[in-house]
Design a protein around this ligand. Sequence first.
Ligand code: NAD
Ligand code: LMR
Length: 325
Amino acid sequence: MKSPVRVVVTGAAGQIGYQLLFRIAAGNMLGDDQPVILHLLEIPPAMQAVQGVVMELEDCAFPLLQGIVATDDANVAFKDADYALLVGAMPRGPGMERSDLLKKNAEIFSVQGKAINNHANKDIKVLVVGNPANTNALIAQQNAPNINPAQFTAMVRLDHNRAIAQMADKLSVGTHELSNMTIWGNHSSTQYPDISQLKVNGEVVKDIDHNWYENDFIPTVQQRGAAIIKARGASSAASAASAAIDHMKSWALGTPDKDWVSMAIPSDGSYGIEPGVIFGYPVTCANGQYRIVQDIPISDFSQQRIDATNQELREERAAVEHLFS
Ligand code: NAD
Ligand code: LMR
């Protein structure tokens, strides 16, 4: 049996936290042979609810769950942490853009970035889910100067999965038959779901009606979060947790041959993106490291959309630069 790893989930009493914790403890994220110690971080008013979650986790008698730390102190939560899923933040309601949350949630990520810097394992893998996820990840990263900046990532995997589901439906194939989907940029309505490299069973997909692609598929994927808020009266939770599991699993355990996944990661300037912003890229993962897929041909149509989401991320960064340590 491997030694246990410590996994932090913030917002542990929230909607996503409630889905996520049980799947991590069941081995869905890091594998059936990886014991875990869960660290649950919440704010003081939610600590009673967290105790209920702890009782339920105990009641599952998960063989891989070797301990639980529940706390409202970030310095305790991130102590020796190997993985962190930063979920705890306010969700948007009807009529809001995710960027409307920037001021409300930014402070959370600067405090947690500092706690990660001071207490976590130096190789910690961080995934930011709380919105606006890309720029919150940048805030956390900028407050953690002693941690490799590449260890801070944000979630566009939900968008990636949504795009695959929409295309599978359009092409009347199973989701498992599709590969090489890409989400470029921000987890926002400027994101660009790019199907130019999409394959079905290894064959490039051709003959997609461009009008449908531009005026139906792209807006459907971009606006899916808002459609769910309208339908449920609350933002996506089970699908978000599932995508977070997928993101961390790919990063920790690797991606399949001949496929890639979309992760928002610090730009190294690839594809002309502003260096440093946390940008959704196609990546492959192996040995716990991700690598941007290079040399994808970019059409004028794609370039315009990549530029728009790049510009939005630069503007978001400018709005929070005062929070960088
Ligand atoms: P929720 O309101 O149900 O839960 C959030 C929890 O975070 C609450 O229990 C709250 O007490 C806690 N919290 C607040 N501040 C905290 C802090 N400083 N430390 C620890 N915990 C804190 O919300 P939710 O539905 O679980 O969504 C959480 C976030 O995830 C939202 O910002 C939402 O917009 C975002 N989200 C992102 C994606 C994505 O694809 N990136 C998808 C879905 C939701
Ligand atoms: C989503 O995409 O479902 C989440 O980011 C929630 C939201 O605000 O859209």
